[in-house]
Design a protein around this ligand. Sequence first.
Ligand code: ZN
Length: 158
Amino acid sequence: MAIRTVRTIGDPVLLKKCKEVKEMNGRTRELIEDMIETMYEHDGVGLAAPQVGVLKRIVVIDVGEGPIVFINPVILETSGSQCGQEGCLSVPGKAGNVTRPNYVKVKALNEEMEEFELEGEELLARAICHECDHLDGKLYVDMVEGELMDVVLEEEEA
Ligand code: ZN
């Protein structure tokens, strides 16, 4: 496993649409392991493959209950709303308020390329929306309500 360089805002890779993963192989397994390690290294709650420069539809999230790997995630259902502070490892030192659904139902493939469905609320719902946006080249900074703020602590980065 290795820690990969996190691409930051201004890097055109962050604005591209990612491609679906068609099959699991050694290279993709290594990418997923590296993404998890990189997320932990930076105390993030989530990381999407384009953030390490790979245009594949892969997301890893850990909201404190262990890492979850989402390959080709599709959001099936959303409901409610929550407004809260959001950050991003690709936008270091910044945070801003973003409104997201409070509940999300997502389907994806796991590392064995088996389909699963997952329901998430609150932080998990926010993280799923934030990371899935990365796969379509979208950054939260374009959804911020009010000002993008400077933060000293980087504990809310996703
Ligand atoms: Zn992000």
